[in-house]
Design a binder for this molecule. Structure first.
Ligand code: NDP
Ligand code: NDP
Length: 314
């Protein structure tokens, strides 16, 4: 029995995280077709682009899939209406207050999951009536919490206090790490970085290659005064670090960040000037492969780990 499989009606409790410029309909449908849950990352999509991706996803898979909505999105109301009109059944909200839309989405028969980085927000999400939470640790790429709680510490602390299904995220790219977080109390996993290095991710080839080449220590969580974000240490990152050494104001940080840095880096492949969001676990990702193979390898390794751990004695 697995509550996450039952909640979404999927074969494996593996969710592909919604990632801007990376998880369009191609990746989401490939993951869903392989037995996981694919999520379209709407944060990078203008409303008509989102509608197009939902329609293409429905054509490409007859399995469940969902949409991730960062609550910071400027035309939130408009994309929520599109999601309802297009009959999307699963929504993952992130980066904002789950109280705003959870009840409304649930009235439309939509399963709602909220992404959090702390126990405090997990409890808030549970109070707001979500069906499950994703607890994402400090290791994760992209937007992240301020408290730097790692996945290893966060999952059991959230598990201890909530009574709805729990999905672990941050640092999970293998079947062994999936086994580890499930041992800590998670019912399933959300995986981001591993799916960046997939054939179907819409991010630029050169960014994917840089992810594959990344080693331990090549990412850092920065820009906490704006929205904390973990990224690769490229030229743009070093420009940010140089500015920090001068004790910048928030406006100076905003000026340096400018607009559409993430698109420039991850979608257009400007590896020097763009923002390249990826998790710490990139140091463990050594190849670009089809999403279906990523899922198969994780499931096989999970089972091998389970049987190996059955022999371990202490
Ligand atoms: P798609 O069905 O993949 O894309 C349809 C529309 O969505 C296009 O307008 C496209 O942008 C946009 N789009 C695709 N992925 C995302 C995303 N994750 N976030 C926001 N917008 C997105 O078909 P296409 O034929 O347009 O593109 C095929 C593939 O080619 C893309 O999936 C991508 O992998 C790649 N591509 C790479 C580009 C680059 O690196 N500079 C630019 C375009 C495509 P757009 O109009 O910019 O294509
Ligand atoms: P910026 O303000 O720097 O730029 C906005 C980007 O979003 C542009 O590239 C723009 O595309 C695109 N975009 C898509 N839809 C809209 C819209 N309706 N209005 C304006 N711009 C739009 O933001 P970021 O690139 O840093 O972030 C974009 C979104 O992604 C935000 O909603 C943010 O919360 C989310 N995000 C989520 C992350 C996560 O981990 N879940 C990580 C980082 C960001 P164009 O250049 O073609 O105009």
């Amino acid at each position: 029995m697995n509550t996450i499989k039952d909640l979404f009606n999927i074969q494996y409790p593996i969710i592909q995280g919604g990632m801007i410029w990376t998880s369009g309909w191609k990746l989401a449908s490939a993951v869903s077709n392989a037995g996981g849950l694919g999520l379209i990352g709407s944060g990078s999509m203008y409303p008509d682009v989102l509608r197009e991706h939902i329609q293409k996803c429905k054509k490409a898979t007859d399995k469940p899939f969902g949409v991730n909505i960062p609550m910071l999105y400027p035309n939130l109301e408009e994309i929520i209406q599109i999601i309802i009109e297009e009959g999307v059944k699963i929504v993952f909200t992130s980066a904002g207050n789950p109280k705003t839309y959870t009840a409304y989405l649930k009235e439309h028969d939509i399963t709602v999951v909220h992404v959090v980085s702390s126990l405090k927000f997990a409890l808030k999400a549970q109070d707001a009536g979500v069906d499950a939470v994703v607890a994402e640790g400090f290791e994760a790429g992209g937007h992240n919490g301020r408290d730097e709680t790692t996945t290893l510490a966060l999952i059991p602390m959230v598990k201890e206090k909530i009574n709805i299904p729990l999905i672990a995220a941050g640092g999970i790219a293998t079947g062994a790490s999936m086994f580890a977080v499930m041992a800590l109390g998670a019912d399933g996993v959300q995986v981001g970085s591993r799916f960046v290095a997939s054939d179907e991710a819409s991010s630029h080839r050169d960014f994917k290659k840089m992810v594959v080449d990344a080693k331990e220590g090549d990412t850092h969580l920065t820009l906490k005064e704006l929205a904390p974000v973990r990224m690769l240490k490229n030229k743009f990152y070093h420009d940010v670090a140089t500015l920090y050494s001068k004790g910048p104001s928030v406006d100076e940080l905003k000026d340096l960040l400018g607009r559409a840095r993430a698109k420039r880096g991850m979608f257009e492949g400007d590896l020097d000037e763009g923002e390249l969001e990826i998790g710490q676990v990139s140091g463990l990702i050594h190849d670009i492969k089809p999403a279906a193979l990523i899922i198969k390898d994780m499931v096989d390794e999970f089972k091998a780990t389970q049987s190996k751990m059955g022999q371990v004695s202490i």
